[in-house]
Design a binder for this molecule. Structure first.
Ligand SMILES: Nc1ncnc2c1ncn2[C@@H]1O[C@H](COP(=O)(O)OP(=O)(O)OP(=O)(O)O)[C@@H](O)[C@H]1O
Ligand SMILES: [Mg+2]
Length: 366
């Protein structure tokens, strides 16, 4: 009998996609997650993950402004994580991608279909076609007409894709999947949804990601997005409030926010007002959702993003919205490798939704 802990994974036995790491490049940091699949399809294993801070303004509004800083940070993150896998999946921010469902005749040949897609794309995409990467996928027969098929068009500016791929390449990594952030978050959300009573079937769940600069609200029903909205509020505001209140530098404030050690009046004078601001913005986003869709109820709010780790945010949001609120942990049902510290992961989990969704791409059959 062979016993031992082999650190080599026989991926060809279990998956068709080569091993890859999910890499989320966002405004505050680079986040990497490596998952593997437990034997006999017994769920996922969190092999390792890391969060490496980016210098201010290296990435803003989803654009890479400083390619060297991003590739340095990617390289540092990868070394720290200690993986051997160099293939990565990346994501583009929603704003860099235009997607549209169109209808086309169902009897087209492959080449005819491509031409039609390009012709249609011209109408919807506000850039020259040679500036964009165009992708499409046949979803299935059109619901209204059996002679037609529904096709999902996705176009992204080449510059956005190329910057990310180039940053990865300069760090010695190879991008083999380029996804879209909300899709990656939705893949990870499936892990959270299965923790809700009845899988939240036929219920509306607002996934609220409060990051460094942006709060993204995505209302999902049976795993499908029915509404999405961004608001300009995030953890940077709290950092600034701490700086102003206690005369700290941005770095000091950032550290204190996570590790504690702030004066006694921090919670009442600084943290509580910030939590109230966020809760108000969530309430406002839900109002917009109700007025612009057929729905008039949200059954759960799921908090994600780095700010979800702030103690009291869930209570503030639940009180203000009167909706059951929980903090996302897409890893809750996964096995942790001995390298991963459970308490630290619990804290970091809400910020890792996109990186987790990207890491799960390794097991996509498509
Ligand atoms: N443990 C923690 N306690 C308090 N705040 C935290 C903690 N961890 C992260 N944050 C805050 O969360 C923010 C970063 O969150 P996240 O990583 O989701 O943002 P991001 O995706 O980089 O930003 P954006 O989505 O706006 O581009 C920062 O403001 C950071 O200070
Ligand atoms: Mg984010």
């Amino acid at each position: 009998m062979i016993k031992g802990n082999f650190d080599i994974q026989l991926d060809f036995l279990t998956t068709s996609t080569p091993p890859l790491i999910g890499v989320d490049i966002s405004s505050s940091s680079v986040k990497m997650v490596e998952l593997s699949e437990a034997p006999k399809k017994a769920g996922y294993i969190v092999e390792r993950y890391t969060i490496e801070a980016l210098p201010p303004d290296a990435v803003s509004d989803g654009n890479i402004n400083n390619l060297d800083a991003v590739s340095d940070t990617l390289q540092r993150a990868w070394k720290r994580m200690g993986s051997r896998i160099k293939n990565v999946s990346l994501a583009l921010p929603a704003a860099a991608v235009i997607s549209k469902k169109i209808l086309l005749p169902s009897n087209l040949r492959e080449d005819e279909l491509e031409m039609q897609v390009e012709a249609e794309a011209n109408q919807y995409i506000p850039f020259a076609l040679d500036e964009v990467n165009l992708d499409f996928q046949i979803i299935g027969p059109a619901p209204t007409d059996p002679e037609e098929v529904e096709v999902l068009l996705a176009a992204s500016r080449k510059a956005n894709v190329e910057d990310r791929v180039a940053a990865a390449q300069a760090a010695g990594l190879k991008a083999i999947v380029v996804d879209v952030e909300p899709y990656a978050a939705e893949a990870a959300f499936e892990q959270v949804r299965s923790q809700l009573p009845g899988g939240a079937a036929d219920q509306c769940v607002a996934l609220v990601d409060v990051g460094a600069t942006v709060m993204n609200v995505n209302v999902l029903r049976n795993g499908q997005s029915v509404y999405m909205r961004d608001q300009q509020i995030g953890g940077v505001q709290l950092t600034q409030m701490i700086q102003n209140a206690f005369g700290m530098s941005a770095e000091e404030a950032e550290r204190a926010k996570r590790d504690g050690g702030l004066p006694d009046n921090y919670e009442s004078d600084v943290l509580a007002p910030f939590l109230e601001n966020v809760a108000t913005e969530v309430t406002r986003a839900l109002q917009f959702f109700f007025t612009s869709t057929q729905y008039n109820e949200v059954d759960y709010v799921v908090l994600a993003g780095g700010c979800a780790a702030l103690s009291g945010l869930d209570d503030a949001v639940a009180t203000r919205t009167q909706v059951s609120t929980l903090v996302a942990n897409p890893f809750a049902q996964m096995t942790l490798s001995s390298r991963v510290k459970p308490r630290q992961l619990q804290m970091d989990a809400p910020a890792l939704m996109i990186a987790c969704g990207l890491a799960m791409r390794r097991f996509d059959p498509s």
